[in-house]
Design a protein around this ligand. Structure first.
Ligand code: HEC
Ligand code: HEC
Length: 457
């Protein structure tokens, strides 16, 4: 009898313990971790001119298709002078000159005719996912017969292009499909050797979950990467993940990886842009007090006594659109792929640790990063703290974008329905604009003060 009691006691304790560690109703603090150190200037050089992708479109073919770019925003020279900031001319391993997309496709944005490195590109258009045009495929197959060397240098790029083509379509313009892109690349590669297979090897949901792109200048404060906070361990491993697009083998991956401590150092050195207009100092200081009482327990404090608590906020508290974190549970194959892959081997491993909720991000430079929330569903800062101000359907002018400085965010039109790809439709799964109700209890005057303060971060 005594023995049975003891067993019950042990089992009871065990269940209490499990319940405790699985308690998803409380914010979870992300543990601090150490990251590799590197050289900022070398990292910038590699990021903007380096061959982290070693396959691409033959240089002349690229110029023919895209034309010469007149705005050399990065001030690059040589072959890069004529191509836009989001592509890099590189020598493929066989010496052929090719052009490959770079990180700035998604992580830099032209804002009022200036390029901001690290600002998420909210102009990207995945809504017209162009299945690699037949003509491109045709050109590529002819390359095989007319120019074997160029064919070799472009092969990996085109094979990935074929696998991705038609599979990354988002419902609206301005959101990003990179998470799905990464999943598809994983599904075509052996996790340990990175060997490519034309047939996908993982079961994956076809649902393309849209996201915004977090600003790079926030990373220096974070103990985990991505909206879900699931990127743990050595950040430079995640930073190099784009290499999966064209990598040949793990010898190449190791070589590319050896540069990414420097890229990480560069990313961690970026400072948020300062709000360029005047701020009402008195109103902002009232806002600061309100912020410190209502918001800082999740978002930290700013100014002289800078703190950042690094919290994951569970779904039951944040209540924003769940599709992004749900995808990690409904397609666990991709997480499993990563956690047994090359990325997790060796001295400084990375790991994916999913969570049912989202990280409370630092708010540095928040004035410039509209639209807001992890899926970019809210066009204005004020809307984040007043849920009544979030339009169900809204559009902005992608050709002549206008920013509102008084009430930071994109000038936009509220629509009656979701006609066209330029209208953000918050009624779709993954595109929801609900949740984050923490500012609703404030008065209009208090919210105005908080927004004024947010401009100063
Ligand atoms: C096709 C678009 C795309 C490209 C290309 C791309 N990224 Fe990203 N990146 C994203 C998106 C989207 C996220 C956010 C995903 C999420 O959190 O679920 C992200 C997240 C990140 C983060 C995490 C930031 C944070 O605060 O958690 C870093 C750092 C990063 N990317 C670096 C890079 C680097 C370095 C490259 C180039 C080698 C690169 N990315 C290429 C779209 C892209
Ligand atoms: C319980 C924690 C918590 C509190 C309290 C909180 N937030 Fe947040 N906040 C979050 C989380 C988590 C997110 C990310 C949600 C998402 O993207 O789905 C977020 C997102 C935001 C964003 C959008 C960030 C971006 O880049 O899109 C802003 C702005 C913001 N919060 C401001 C505030 C302000 C102002 C207050 C106080 C009135 C506040 N928050 C209170 C947890 C919190």
């Amino acid at each position: 009898m005594k023995k049975l009691k003891l067993i019950f006691l042990i089992v009871g304790c065990w269940f209490t313990y499990i319940a405790f560690i699985n308690d998803t109703n409380k914010p979870v603090a992300l543990p601090a971790n150490s990251q590799p150190s590197g050289d900022t200037a070398i990292g910038y050089q590699y990021l903007t001119t380096g061959d982290y992708l070693k396959s691409g479109i033959p240089y002349k073919m690229f110029l023919l298709a895209f034309g010469k770019n007149k705005r050399n925003y990065l001030g690059r020279d040589g072959f890069n002078e004529d191509i836009s900031h989001d592509f890099t001319a590189i020598k493929a391993p066989n010496g052929e000159l090719v052009v490959a997309p770079n990180c700035m496709q998604c992580h830099a944005q032209v804002f009022e005719d200036k390029l901001y490195m690290g600002l998420g590109n909210t102009f990207i258009d995945f809504s017209i996912d162009k299945p690699v045009p037949k003509i491109a495929n045709l050109l590529f197959s002819t390359l095989n017969t007319v120019d074997k060397k160029k064919y070799e240098a472009s092969k990996n790029f085109f094979q990935a292009g074929k696998a991705l083509s038609g599979n990354l379509t988002t419902a609206v313009r301005g959101v990003n499909a990179a998470d799905h892109l990464a999943g598809i690349l994983a599904s075509h590669r052996d996790p340990v050797t990175f060997k490519w297979s034309n047939e996908p090897m993982l079961k994956m949901s076809e649902n393309v979950v849209p996201t915004d792109v977090p600003a790079w200048w926030l990373l220096k404060k974070k103990n985990a990467m991505f909206y879900n906070g699931f990127g743990r361990g050595d950040f430079s491993r995640f930073l190099m993940a784009s290499n999966l697009l064209t990598v040949t083998d793990t010898t190449e991956a190791r070589e590319v990886y050896s540069h990414f401590n420097n890229v990480l150092a560069y990313i961690q050195s970026i400072e948020p842009p300062k709000f360029p207009k005047t701020v009402d100092e008195e109103l902002a200081s009232q806002g600061k007090a309100l912020f410190n009482n209502n918001c800082s327990k999740c978002h930290g404090t700013y100014g002289e006594e800078e703190t950042y608590p690094n919290l994951l906020i569970p779904a039951s508290i944040i209540r924003t659109d769940s599709a992004l974190y749900v995808a990690n549970y409904s397609s666990p194959e991709v997480i499993e792929w990563f956690n047994k892959s090359w990325f997790t081997a060796g001295q400084n491993p990375a790991q994916l640790v999913p969570f049912k909720g989202y990280i409370a991000p630092p708010l540095d430079g928040i004035w410039i990063t509209a639209p807001y929330l992890h899926n970019g569903s809210v066009p204005t800062l004020e809307g984040v703290i007043n849920s009544k101000l979030r339009p169900a359907y809204w559009s902005r002018n992608f050709d002549k974008p206008e920013y509102d400085y008084d009430n930071p965010g994109w000038k936009h039109e509220v629509r009656a329905d979701a006609k066209g790809k330029n209208v953000y439709n918050t009624t779709l799964n993954g595109y929801g604009n609900y949740g984050h109700y923490f500012g609703d209890k404030l008065s209009d005057a208090e919210r105005k003060a908080v927004v004024e303060y947010l401009k100063t971060l």
